[in-house]
Structure formats: structure tokens, C-alpha cells
Design a protein. Structure first.
Length: 104
């Protein structure tokens, strides 16, 4: 046994030999506080303020996403006719050469 184990053993033996006192009934105030704490711990719903903030943040993110999609869609309708050129999709180098004037 190590030194710490011996000290712990002595402590536990001394605690076992200590006289036991009778505990009286709990006071009404202690019972009330205990019951209130127990009921508060059982409440799974978050506070209204935090729930409202979460919903507001989600609605803001959704609105921002809708605006971004709308702007992207509006910008895609203004693409020039050159983008519909079949060479643009087959070889991007050819479209760059054509747009810069290297190939005529």
C-alpha cells in the first residue's frame, strides 16, 4: 500500500467510527426551493427570447438566399449572344482567341 492509500484508509475508518446524528425533517422553505428547482430542471422548452432570435436569424438567412438566387437569375438573362456560340462550350481557348481578335 502506498502512503496515499494508507491515509485514505485511515480517513474512511475514522469516518465510519464517527457518531451519527439524526437529521430532522426538512423545513417548509427548503422543500419549496427543492421542488421549484426540480420543476425548473424538467422544463425542456427554451426561453421565448432565444427561440425568437433563432427564428429571426433563420428567416434572415432564407431571405438573403432568395435575394442572391434572384440576382443570379436576373444576371443570367443578360448574357450576350456570343455565349451561345457552340465553340465557347467545346473549347474555351478558341472563344478567348476569337474575343481578343487573334483568330478572325
Amino acid at each position: 500500500m502506498s502512503h496515499i492509500d494508507r491515509q485514505l484508509d485511515q480517513l474512511l475508518r475514522a469516518a465510519a467510527r464517527a457518531p451519527r446524528s439524526e437529521v430532522g425533517p426538512m423545513s417548509y422553505a427548503t422543500q419549496t426551493r427543492t421542488l421549484a428547482a426540480w420543476r425548473a430542471a424538467r422544463n425542456p422548452l427554451p426561453e421565448f427570447g432565444s427561440l425568437l432570435a433563432w427564428r429571426t436569424g433563420l428567416a434572415t438567412a432564407f431571405g438573403t438566399a432568395l435575394i442572391a438566387v434572384g440576382v443570379s437569375f436576373a444576371a443570367s438573362r443578360d448574357i450576350d449572344a456570343e455565349v451561345n456560340d457552340p465553340y465557347v462550350f467545346s473549347d474555351p481557348g478558341v472563344s478567348v482567341a476569337m474575343s481578343t481578335g487573334w483568330i478572325q
